[in-house]
Design a protein around this ligand. Structure first.
Ligand code: FAD
Length: 475
């Protein structure tokens, strides 16, 4: 390969220049690099909010590349055919990418690899989406962990590779291939619910992600330790939004925390453990890919979960009559994200009190979250439902009322998002919900809050436990 022969870099969930091992490898070869983003069928299938947010991420990253004398070529079509076409057009003979670990991505990438090989070209994949590869740790007797704590202990024995230097220039090809127009992709088309509301809360792009992280590091670790479960406080990093598009690398976060001495403090250690929950979710997705489709524990297969139903529709609308559940669902429409404890509460309410299948909730989150992550979402839903790994015993059904008292003691969170509970002067976020929820719901701020909750909490709990005893324990 002459050193003017370009290589293609196929970007997916790695839209950054800092700590990007794949780009550093290309740069080291001193050849022109053609950055490419492909709107392939898997990307087309993203949920409405994630797809809209991806559009913002691509626009921001393209500017970033242009600022260092490069560009981002946009193409639409199946990945394999599109890459082969681009290789023909540009004379490139290598394609690089950062690895993804969903079963669909693995299958697609394998097909691309085989096709490239057949065409006499090379495919090179790189790490970077996770701190360690999902297969890097395993227990003595099996290829994967089933429980988080031993995973964490094994994880802690591994040295996390240092971050690689930020890319400051990328050699451009003599000729740029044609690019689609991003606006023409209409990545916002399915977001027919107040994108402009969510945009106020989104924190888009690599620079913004790094600033968000820096601001988080400026806070004392005690604030995270004491406040991370509080619904009414902003004590967590909110970095899930940026991690999912690769606007910041998990290694930048890990080493940033350690460099600030955070790993020596209880709050910092707790935060690192949370980051490693993300690793654990990829570990499980890789080794047990059925986690996104079927009960992770087969003994749950007889459990009589309900399919979609009228009560689940009220849950989606934030109109269950259970204030903390409704506040949480509305937070998701307004901000595109939801507090971790709130995610646990709404998932527990849907799967246990309303006995509705976790997949219905998981798929709805995939439509509405701008921080949607295939691994963390699937693990979160199955973990809470009880059908997943390391399940809290099923009989520990979250009680939304007592949880609200504990984690939202002055009802600040509930009033922030539920206008009907906020008295005469509902705040901006509470009112924004009516612009941010799907248009066809035709909800308005004058509506009355449900007089009675969908189900009496004690009754819902008992019904779920009976079913659990009958269909899971005795099976
Ligand atoms: P912080 O507390 O600041 O944590 C730092 C990082 O650690 C997060 O950004 C995230 O990458 C990781 N992390 C934290 N908690 C978890 C966890 N329980 N599982 C996996 N990773 C974690 N997270 C997503 O990123 N995308 C999802 O689609 C998603 N769906 C979920 C669905 C359910 C039902 C549940 C219970 C949890 C889900 N989570 C998901 C995990 C968690 O709620 C979010 O990662 C967290 O709320 C993000 O906020 P933060 O960045 O401020 O977290």
């Amino acid at each position: 390969m002459s050193n003017r022969t370009p290589v293609l870099f196929w970007f997916r969930r790695d839209l950054r220049l800092a700590d990007h091992p794949g780009l550093v490898a290309c740069q080291a070869a001193r050849v022109p690099v053609i950055p490419v983003f492909i709107l392939d069928p898997q990307t087309e299938a993203l949920g409405a909010a994630a797809k809209w947010r991806l559009g913002l991420a691509i626009a921001s990253f393209r500017e970033r590349l242009q600022a260092i004398g490069s560009d981002l070529i946009l193409r639409r079509g199946p990945a394999k055919e599109t890459l082969l076409e681009l290789l023909e057009e540009t004379g490139a003979c290598e394609v690089h990418w950062s690895r993804n670990y969903t079963p669909d991505a693995i299958e697609r990438d394998q097909e691309v690899k085989t096709a490239l090989k057949r065409a006499g070209r090379h495919a090179l994949s790189h790490p970077g989406h996770t701190l360690i590869e999902p297969w890097a740790v395993s227990p003595a007797a099996s290829d994967h962990f089933r429980v988080y704590s031993p995973y964490w202990r094994a994880f802690r024995t591994i040295e996390i590779a240092p971050v690689v230097p930020e890319i400051e220039a990328l050699p451009a090809p003599a000729l740029w291939p044609r690019s689609d127009n991003l606006a023409g992709w209409r990545l916002d088309a399915a977001m027919n619910r107040g994108a402009e509301v969510v945009a106020r809360y989104a924190c888009v792009g690599e620079q913004a992600a790094l600033e968000r992280f820096a601001a988080f590091l400026d806070e004392p670790w005690s604030a995270y330790r004491n406040g991370r479960d509080r619904l009414d406080l902003a004590a967590t990093s909110l970095l899930s939004e940026n991690l999912t598009y690769g606007e910041i690398s998990p290694r930048t976060i890990w080493h940033g925390v350690c460099a600030s001495g955070g790993d020596q403090e209880q709050g910092g250690e707790t935060f690192l453990k949370e980051l490693v929950w993300r690793e654990f979710s990829y570990h499980l997705l890789y080794h047990t890919p059925h986690i996104t489709q079927r009960n992770w524990r087969a003994e749950w297969n007889a459990f009589p979960w309900r399919g979609d139903n009228e009560q689940a529709a009220r849950w989606r609308k934030g109109l269950t009559g259970e204030p903390v559940i409704d506040a949480a669902m509305r937070q998701m429409y307004v901000t595109g994200t939801m507090h971790n404890r709130a995610r646990m509460l709404v998932a527990s309410y849907l799967t246990k009190h309303l006995m509705t299948h976790w997949k219905i909730g998981m798929d709805w989150f995939a439509q509405c979250l701008i921080d949607w992550d295939p691994a963390a979402n699937a693990l979160g839903w199955q973990w809470v439902a009880g059908s997943g790994p390391d399940a809290a015993p099923f009989f520990r059904v979250f009680n939304p009322a007592t949880q609200a008292e504990k984690f939202d003691p002055d009802a600040v969170y509930r009033r922030r998002y539920v206008a009907e509970l906020a008295g005469d002067n509902p705040g901006e976020a509470a009112l924004a919900y009516f612009d941010a929820c799907p248009r066809h719901w035709s909800l308005d701020p004058e509506q009355k809050y449900p007089e009675a909750p969908l189900i009496e909490l004690k009754r819902g709990r008992e019904r779920a436990l009976e079913a659990y005893q009958h269909y899971v324990v005795k099976n």
